[in-house]
Write a protein that binds this ligand. Structure first.
Ligand SMILES: [Zn+2]
Length: 428
């Protein structure tokens, strides 16, 4: 009798299939915004996973931000039942990709292969991870048809724009209820030997300073909102940035520079609206009566959201008390709390051991500077046993000439497969 192939051998045998699958996924241009081709990629995944014995369900996040007849927010959730009851391991990948941007030397949607790498927008973030998890699951099912429990694979919309039309919607519908799903792995590009435990929080707000319009030749008759904003930016430079830089965290955030609180000033607009590039006229002479900035404040698990808010508000109130005619309005745009899974959680322990078994070294533990869909699984789903683990180099995400290494995908598929063996094969 032939000895059944081991799972790593089964995954090696699917190398070409893994490459073709990744290329197929890259060739569906699921750009977000606007949220294109979600239905198409769900149908592609539906066909593939149904053929491998998964029960599939397509669901649209109607009325989520951006959902429309032209750009419907479609998601797929596929479930494979084992031969016996047991726990459920869920792999969640987002299907959307960010805009292409400039600076590419290859076609962003061709899935071109060079030097063992597959190129394309979304190659590492995160169609390579999605493909690796599908191959890992299919190889596991073929190798261990008598396994106990269930495997789920979801492809979800809108992660790049907050995940409200994707994982948040699934979580609201109960798909991440700990009674039906026990372990979640999100194959984001965190490198094949690293486990990502969670992410920092984010707080986004618009600040407007107010002034009074007047003729530009007599600015003293008006009140310049841009100068007031200058005072706000000065206060950030003098007080807020040094205070944030002094704050350190136990979260293993990478890269190192993000292991503290940070803030980006996303945009600034003051005075007259910018004209179209082909406008050839000259500006009129006016004192700006409004200046607006959008801030993107990332915070640590040690910082309560209220404190993050109050720190900015206190600076603005300080200016109001000391600077003549200073007036402002702060509008909160969005907030996301930090999330961090314990190192002794079962999915962390299991994947850590799998990395040691497959790659031959203990994993590095990291946390992400930016948020990802773990926040919804944690806060809405109330499921804490969740990590991000997948192939690809984090720093390549959203960059020109994004790629994923083929061997990295194979290795991380083996790690995922090994984790399935630990969690879903009857012990003993
Ligand atoms: Zn991603």
């Amino acid at each position: 009798m032939l000895h059944p192939p081991s799972l790593p051998d089964a995954i090696d045998a699917k190398r070409d299939e893994l490459i073709a699958l990744t290329q197929d996924l890259i060739r569906i241009p699921t750009l977000n915004p606007p949220g294109a081709c979600y239905r198409q990629i769900c149908e592609y995944l539906d066909k593939r996973l149904s053929a491998h014995g998964f029960a599939t369900h397509l669901l649209r996040a109607t009325d989520s931000p951006g959902d429309s007849a032209t750009f419907p927010r479609w998601n797929i959730i596929a479930r494979h039942e084992g031969a016996h009851t047991g726990e459920c391991v869920h792999f969640n990948s987002h299907t959307d990709v960010v805009e292409v941007g400039r600076g590419w030397t290859v076609d962003a949607f061709s899935g071109e292969i060079k030097d063992g790498k597959i190129y394309g927008r979304g190659a590492c973030d995160m169609k390579g991870g999605l493909a690796a998890s599908i191959i890992a699951a299919e190889a596991f099912i073929e190798t261990h048809p008598g396994y106990a429990g269930a495997i789920e694979i979801s492809g979800t919309a809108d992660e790049e724009s907050g995940g409200y039309g994707g994982v948040a919607h699934l979580a609201e519908q109960g798909y991440f209820d700990p009674k039906r799903v026990q372990h979640v792995i999100i194959p984001e590009p965190l490198n094949k030997d690293r486990i990502c435990l969670g992410h920092r929080g984010g707080w986004w707000a618009e600040i407007e300073t107010k002034g009074e319009i007047a003729h530009g030749s007599m600015p003293f008759l008006g009140d310049c909102a841009v100068r007031h904003m200058g005072a706000v930016l000065n206060a950030f430079e003098d007080k807020l940035f040094p205070a944030m830089a002094a704050r350190h965290t136990d979260m293993p955030v990478v890269p190192e520079g993000a292991r503290q609180s940070t803030m980006n000033i996303n945009s600034i607009h003051g005075g007259q609206q910018e004209q179209d590039p082909d406008f050839t006229g000259l500006p009129a002479h006016c004192v700006p009566d409004s200046c607006r900035i959008v801030i993107d404040r990332r915070f640590l698990v040690e910082e309560p959201l209220d404190q993050v808010r109050e720190e900015v508000t206190a600076l603005l109130e300080g200016l109001k008390a000391t600077r003549p005619d200073f007036d402002y309005e702060l509008t909160e745009l969005n907030s996301v709390l930090p999330s961090m899974t314990d190192r002794d959680a079962p999915v962390v322990q299991t994947v850590a051991q799998a990395i040691e078994d497959v790659i031959g070294k203990p994993p590095d533990y990291v946390a992400s500077p930016g948020t990802y869909d773990q926040k919804h699984i944690d806060r809405i789903g109330k499921l804490k046993n969740c990590i991000a683990y997948g192939p690809g180099i984090l720093e390549l995400a959203h960059k020109p000439d994004e790629y994923v290494g083929i061997q990295d995908m194979v290795d991380s598929a083996k790690v995922m497969g090994r984790a399935l063996e630990t969690l879903l094969l009857p012990k003993g």
